[in-house]
Design a protein around this ligand. Structure first.
Ligand code: OAD
Length: 257
């Protein structure tokens, strides 16, 4: 049974990497990228909002969208999959979590310092001088984006230079944060087991992570209810969701319930 093998691999692993995508947060109610966008955003394509050009042209629309997503994340809770990842870190001290997600659900589940390859909703910064800015104290109403504003929320101004504050996420066409990418690459080179959980493996360079692990001799275990581009590199393919598979693996590996 592959699941039993994955549990044995987990129990015997010395250095683990858990690489996660939007599917990791799906059971917390945070929509994945390739799900249809809901509500006001249904008529928008993320690719048309998540770009520097979109922010320059419509700062209030782009800022409003990210603030709406941040509000959704704040209303969400880590799921059993996030908890299982934190349990793996507790059992295997040399575990590194590398996430493509911009939510803070790994942190809220107890993961120590996940590497955010695509930034975070909680680290806005000045669009001009790059000075970090505090996330706003309030977030859009639960009804979703402010209908009366058509989702638009003017971004705050940088305390230093007055330029608009932007979301601290990586937009299409932008480079990944160098420190995150180098830390992720270093972790992957040294690991003996890599889990890829809830990612379609379509967006590079993040999607290279499981291949780098495989090339450096690690065993790659995929957790996803659907086939993905990463089926090709996975040694073990566990068809199921993060909140179903991961807690079971931890239980089989260490008896945690
Ligand atoms: P996607 O939406 O591309 O893929 C989500 C994956 O999660 C799919 O393969 C689903 O089958 C799977 N999935 C859905 N529900 C799941 C569950 N409950 N448990 C486990 N897996 C589940 O999201 P990502 O692969 O994360 O980039 O997308 C990668 C990047 O594309 C994002 O980081 C973002 C986007 O452009 C940037 O923002 C730069």
């Amino acid at each position: 049974m592959p699941e039993r093998d994955a549990a044995e691999l987990l129990r015997d692993a010395k250095r683990v990497v858990v690489f996660t995508g939007a599917g990791m947060s799906a059971e917390s109610g945070v929509p994945t990228f390739r799900d249809a966008l809901t509500g006001l955003w249904a008529r928008f394509d993320p690719k048309s909002l998540a770009t520097p050009e979109a922010f320059a042209a419509e700062p209030a629309l782009v800022w409003g969208w990210y603030e709406w997503r941040r509000a959704e994340v704040l209303r969400a809770r880590p799921n059993a999959g996030h908890d299982a990842v934190a349990a793996i870190e507790a059992h295997v001290p040399d575990t590194v979590v590398i996430t493509q997600n911009v939510d803070d659900l790994h942190e809220r589940a107890g993961s120590r310092t996940p590497i955010h390859l695509h930034g975070s909703l909680f680290t806005p910064r000045c669009s001009s001088c790059d000075r970090p800015a505090p996330p706003p104290a309030t977030t859009p109403a639960p009804a979703g984006p402010h209908e009366e504003l058509d989702g638009r929320l003017p971004p705050p101004s940088c305390a230093d230079c007055g330029a608009p504050v932007r979301p601290g996420v990586v937009w299409f066409g932008e480079q990944l944060p160098t420190h995150a990418l180098s830390a992720a690459t270093e972790a992957v080179f040294g690991c003996d087991l890599l889990f890829t959980v809830g990612t379609s493996g379509l967006v590079y360079p993040a999607a290279e992570i499981p291949y780098v692990a495989a090339r450096s001799g690690a065993t790659v275990v995929q957790v996803n209810p659907e086939p993905t581009a990463l089926d090709a590199v996975a040694d073990v393919n566990l068809r199921g969701t993060a909140a179903q598979i991961l807690p079971d693996l931890v239980a089989r590996a260490w008896g945690d319930r």
